[in-house]
Design a protein around this ligand. Structure first.
Ligand SMILES: NCc1[nH]cc(CCC(=O)O)c1CC(=O)O
Length: 311
């Protein structure tokens, strides 16, 4: 059981994960000066497997399992994640206790040679690890060569600097958090690269019934980000919720209305279907359902069958 005055956070040990965890630690300390907040660093299987595409070795769950074990053993009370990496459905007794205010959700272009993707000549090599970004590149920039890149943000930048790629597409939030904004050559608008569900948001996972911890964490929740990411994650969930699926979903809220956009496609051919919707902000799952129905009517299931069983 949680002591009233002390919380331990389970965190992956990559620089980005530790930055996010320390950020949560400092926000909690500011809100509750009497609270002792410590960090337990854990290296996950997802951090160790670096030689193949994440989608081939089991996906998002690889980054959370060891952190969940620490919570079950009482070694930590909660875990801080990039929401993008949190599986769509958490198993009992785990719950998504809070979603913090989102940082810039856009992808960005990083390169030593070019300012924008549009400036790259035919045959240039672009590195990315996600099927969603590969799909975007195949669809909009078919003259570029897409190559897989893995590893944490620093590793990817070193590979770029070593000349293995002419440019990279990555999340701007990760670079900003690590103090590497100067590496961003240009931000890619959502119309060109629609972000992944939850991109740029920090999700906090805790254990159901641990009311003391849940109470503290509820103060970190940003309701607007929560509503947007509920819709985005519900779209992903309807298509299997894994990173084996080239899928994007991005919601914003203005004047009580949610603008939800989503696409699904085949990253090998660049073919995709797109849907968008403006609807009430407080019905995220319903909004997702409408978008999903429209995507299916446009052929989403055929595209995903092609992806999962390539000819
Ligand atoms: N999949 C890895 C990952 N998980 C979260 C981020 C960046 C931060 C975020 O989107 O919240 C990244 C790096 C990237 O996609 O370039």
């Amino acid at each position: 059981m949680t002591q009233e005055n002390k919380l331990i956070i389970a965190s992956r040990e990559s620089p980005l994960a530790l930055w996010q965890t320390k950020h949560v630690q400092s926000v909690l300390k500011e809100k509750f000066p009497e609270l002792d907040v410590e960090i337990l660093g854990i290296t996950t299987k997802g951090d160790k497997i670096l030689d193949v595409t994440l989608s081939k070795v089991g996906g998002k769950g690889l980054f959370v399992k060891e952190l969940e074990a620490a919570m079950l053993e009482g070694k930590a009370q909660f875990a801080v994640h990039s929401l993008k990496d949190v599986p769509m459905t958490l198993l009992k007794p785990f719950v998504l206790a809070a979603v913090m205010k989102r940082e810039d959700p856009r992808d960005c272009f990083v390169s030593q040679k070019y300012e924008r993707l549009e400036d790259m000549p035919a045959g240039s090599v672009v590195g990315t690890a996600s099927l969603r970004r590969e799909l975007m590149l195949k669809a909009r920039f078919p003259h570029l060569k897409v190559e897989m890149i893995r590893g944490n943000v620093g590793t990817r930048l070193s590979k770029l600097d070593a000349g293995l790629y002419d440019g990279l597409v990555m999340a701007s939030a990760g670079l900003k958090r690590l103090g590497l904004s100067e590496r961003i050559r240009s931000l890619i608008p959502p119309e060109v690269s629609l972000p992944a569900p939850g991109q740029g948001a920090i999700g906090i996972e805790a254990v159901e019934g641990d009311e003391v911890t849940l109470q503290y964490l509820s103060t970190l929740n940003d309701e607007e980000t929560r509503l947007c990411t509920r819709a985005e994650r519900a779209v992903s969930c309807a298509f299997g919720g894994s990173c084996q699926v080239p899928l994007a979903a991005y919601a914003t809220i203005e004047d009580g209305q949610m603008f939800l956009r989503a696409l699904v496609g085949n990253h090998m051919t660049g073919e995709f279907v797109y849907s968008e919707l403006t609807a009430a902000a407080d019905t995220p799952e319903n909004n997702a359902e409408v978008i999903v129905r429209d995507l299916k009517e446009k052929g989403a299931e055929r595209l995903l069958r092609e992806v999962l069983n390539p000819a």
